[in-house]
Structure formats: structure tokens, C-alpha cells
Design a protein around this ligand. Sequence first.
Ligand code: DGJ
Length: 719
Amino acid sequence: MKSLHCHRPALLALLLGMTASLIFAENGAAKPSPENFSVTTKNFALNFVVSGDGRLYQRTLGAADATTKTARTDECYPPAGDGFIWEPALQVVHADGNTSTSLIFDGVARTNDAAGRELTRISLHDPAFPLEVALNFRADRERDVVEQWTEIIHHEAGPVTLERMASTALLLPAKNVYLTHFFGDWAKEMLTPITELVTPGTKVLDSKIGVRAEQFRNPSFVLSLDGPPAENGGRVLAGLLEWSGSFQCAFDDNGQSLRALCGVNPFASAYHLNPNEIFSTPKMIWAWSTNGLGEMSRNLHRWARDFGLRDGHKTRAVLLNNWEATGFAFDFNRIVGLYDPAKEIGTELFLLDDGWFGNKYPRVNDHAGLGDWQPNRQRLPDGLAPLATEAVKRGLRFGIWMEPEMVNPKSELFDQHPDWVIAQPKRKLELQRNQLVLDLTRPEVQAFEWQTIQDILGVTNITYAKWDCNRYLTQPGSSYLAPDRQSHLWIDYVNALYALMDKTAKKYPDTELMLCSGGGGRADYGALKYFHEFWPSDNTDPVQRVPMQWDYSYFFPPMALASHVTHWGNRPIHFACSVAMSARFGMDLDLTKLSAADKAICAGAISAYLKIRDVTQLGDLYRLEDPHSNARGTLNFVSPDRARAVMFAFQLQDGSAAPVRPQGLDPAKNYTVRELNPAPGRAVIPQEGKTFTGEELMRDGVVPSCAHAIEACVIELGS
Ligand code: DGJ
């Protein structure tokens, strides 16, 4: 049983807690035809009808309707080979070689989970083959968020081959739908938002690189039904795939309606499913709003704090990382020398980055050492524990970097196990950043990586880790998988990775984890549920971070975006601090080299941040002025009880100090205006220290202290 998502069928009912009330009897008893039913949340409904032909059709999206008219184009989860002519969700080669599948409705069952989410499970089967499909929808009613996934099982005489197995094939019975998606690359993650009208044909957004799969695009998008998406109006539907491997989102427009087929990328991924095993697709998240992107994001952020991240209701520490400060050039004394200045300016957690390990092939640059996870004896003669203990003694927590999935050919690990890497026989090994990916489908590699993680996280006083992943797959061959199972690599790798992440989260519940992949190459809720936050990009130029963090915030709560003050872009430190304060604040600077003036600005920013981080991390985000199309970007956060708020203005080009109008305040409540950590030398803002009602502030705005390029202003609206 290769896929971790394969279970014995008897177990499945157990796992899903199927004590459900059946709406329709599973075995054909009272199966009315045609029949309507829905998956609903507060403002959203996915409406289905079982037609006279026994097939399941999707009808409207959004408000419920009574239509029962059906056409083959509207089949809910269309299978290939038996009359359906558009892009299929499911394509199967049966054990006898037959390439057709047909799906007939069996029944629908509903259960509630402990968190109050409703699970709707629709059962379908092929009338000619013992093959069953279950469509699952888990609805978070209050947030208008629905997770959707599909399970496939069969009892044929031998394996069947899944050529396509989408998580979802959601139908938007609408014309003139706009699609917003985000193109990127290393240091440019999410930086190119594209909004386009979907026209007839199939538009594909995908990744075929398996590991660090999201380097060029994130598996997240927005569909808008009332013209291009707007922040505060119109029907929008965000789609986010919970998958850290090769993915495909195909938008198939047949001139009448638009279908979004999303899931694992079918490219080179044929999956041979043994009888009685279950193939479970990744989950797709759908988030709906009739009030535009702002409400959609706030709903998603709330959902993420509850279900998408670890400890989503706990504020994150202010972190100091040494990567930009020292790179690979450090030893015990150099690192310990950073602790006191770190503590002095108020940081709470120190993160030791790459370069601490490897002996025969020391990790003194990125050419060697990956795979040899023993602390370097010259740099750290007594290992990691004294470094961590020294940090704790000085009032800092200690965190560590690791990249457990990778190996340098210059390593003892590779010397001993050259066959453990993902490679294609007869081809010259292709390196990226001088490294290779270990083959996680191989049990010995799984055991090795798990041991590595335990050896690192088991060190006394390590309470934080950054899990990195710095290359993608270009030669997808496994010496472990059988020749006829090579195409399983893409999927089995990710499932084995999730098993490892899951074990890590369970064994170290108090260790916070940062998800990193050479920046944002792995920023998705498939992995994020085992982590506390992610590293959005190595690009920490705050001028670039303003639009980048804006774009990420469509899908991820700012508390999950690590944002560090560095010297990238050589921007004024006040601007850099202000930008970092609007997400999970951290620093990556050699504090020993910082001028006294800059140090004071950093210390002021941290002390201000400690007072407002419960609002910025746990509150609601309102995006105000889009930095992509304005001289400045502005946003504000509001605490869950709406008693406090924090406003940010990031001036990217020269402009005017026009008032910033916050949103989401309680109109009747009083708020006192205070600029936090004002930049030295700037005039006091006109409303400083004055109290206004929420209504007045939202109507008249607050005049910020910045009007010139690369100035920023952070304003608290306090109680
Ligand atoms: C890539 C990460 O994005 C950086 O922050 C740093 O951790 C390096 N890897 C270390 O090799």
C-alpha cells in the first residue's frame, strides 16, 4: 500500500465517523428521481440534482434554486469515456483495459465534526464495474468555506489506472467570469497578479516540479462573477489546493459555463490503484463571498486560524534570524555574540540558519554537507545544546534550520547511499543549488529523515525550527519504486512528506515550525497545517514586500507570513520595520553593526509591536489602498472585539498625506489615535492623542505622517 491516503474500505466508514443520517438510502430504497439537495453555508450553496438518468448534476452556485433541468455538460464529477466530451474529472483504465467510466448516484450522508463543520458525502458508482467514488464536502458554515475532496475505490480483478483524479470539478454556471492568479519565481513570489476574463477553451495553471512545487505559482486563485474582483463588492470565489506537489487547476469554459478542475497534476502521474485500496485526493478549499475580496479573505483567515495552521490563536514571537547577517560564516562565539544585542532590542527568539552541520564535508557553503546532520565540530565543538542553552540563559528562545529532504553529492550520506536520491538512470545527475532530493518513497529514507528530525528537535531548549527545501524535481526517477510504478513518485513523495510532517507536529507539539522552500516555494494549506507560519520569499526588500504580502493576504492570514527586517533594497530602517510589523515581525540583521539611531528605531518598533501584535495577528484585516495601483499601500487590522485597531500606511512613491480611512471599526465606539514608533524628525500627526468615534474615523480618516516615497506610518486606534 504505497499511498498514505489508501485505507481498507471498512476502515473508511470508521474514519469518517459515518453515523450519519442518510438523506437517501444507500442501497436504492427510496431514491427519488429527479431529486435536489445542497451543500450550504451561510451565504453559499452548491446545488445538486439527481436526474432521470441516475447521474449527479451540479446546478447553480450560490443561492439555492429549484431548476431540475440537466445537460451532460453539467455533470458534477464528469468521468471520461462514456459520452462526456469536455474536460473530465476522472479518467480510469479498468483492470480489463476498458477506458470508460460512468458514475451513477447512490446516496448522500451527512455528519458533523467536533468543530461543528458539516461533512456531506455523496456516493457514486459505475454500473458496469465495481468502482465507487465518494465526493466529500466539509462546510464551515459561518466562514462560507467548503473543503472538497474525492475518494476512489474499486474491487476489480487487478489494479485500475487513474489517469486523472481531480479533487474538484466545480461548475460555475456563469459567463464572463474573471480569473485572478499569481505568477512568480524565486524572490518574486506572488509578485505578478494577473486578472483575466476567462474565454472559451481551457486555461491551465499548474506545476510539474513536484518538490518546491510552488516556486512559479501558488495553487490559489480567485474567480469573480461580477466583473474584475473588487475589495468590497461582488461575488468572488477563492480556490486553494491543499497540496505541496505538482498540481493542476484547469478552467474549462465551454461557452455556457465554466468548470474549475483542480487537483494533483495528471502529468506523468498515472496511479495504479490496487483492489480495495482508497485513493484520496488532496483537499480543495473554496471560499465564497458576495461582498468582494476583503470579506473573502477575512473568512479564510478565520478558517485558517481554526483549521489551517497550528496554534492559530496564539501570538507569534519576534524572531531574530542570522542568515542575512552571517550567511555560512559563523561559529559558537559569533552566534552567542548576537544574543545580547538581540535581547536588548526586544527580540524573543533566535533562529540559527543554515551552516551548522557536516564534518567530513563541512557545510561552509552550499556545495557540501546536506545530509550529514551532525553539528560541525570546529564551529560548535559541543554541539547545538550549549548554543540553545546560552540563548535561554540570556532570555531568548532558540530555533534551528534544517532541510531534511535534501543531500549534497559532497556528503557522507551520498557516499554511503547514492541510490537514495531521486534520479533517472542513464542520465547525468542534474543538480540545483548543488543538491539532490532524497527519495521519500523509500522506507530507509523515511526512517533516515525521521531520525534526523528527532535528533535535531530533541536537543534541549530547541523550541522552533525552519524546515527548508531548496530545489525542485527535474529527473523524476525512483530506484525504490518498481518500473511500472515510477509515475507514483509525484504523489507518493508528497504523501510520505506529509506523514513526516504530521509525526513531527505530533511528537513536538510545543515546537513552532516555519515552512520554507527557498522562500515561498511551498506555501499551501496542505503543508501549512503542520506549521505555524511560512517564509513567503527571500526577497525582504520592504518595497517589494508591500505588494507581495498584500497578495499573499488574499489567502493567508498575516500572522502566518514571516516578515523580517533586512538590508535588502537598502531602505530606511523605519520603513522596513513598519512593513515587517504588518505581518509576523522578525529581524535578520547583524545588530552589532547597526548604528545607534537605527537600533533605537528597531527597538521602538519591537516594543510597539508587542503592544499591538494581538490585533495584527489575531484580528481582522481590511485592505484599503492597493499598492499595485496607488502611490501607497494602506491597510488596517481590527481586534476581534472591535475595541482596538492598527493602521498601516506604506508610501511607495511621493504623494500626499491624504487621510487613510480605516474599515471594520465599531461606529459607536471611541478610539484614541496614536502614531506608534514615529520616524525621527517627522511632524506629529494632527489627530495624535485625540479621540473619535469609529464612525468619524471611517468617514474622515486619519492623516498619516508620511507623504514621501519610502516612508511609512503605523497608527494605533486604541481604547
Ligand atoms: C533558503 C531560505 O529561503 C533562506 O532563508 C535560507 O534559510 C537559506 N535557504 C539557507 O540555505
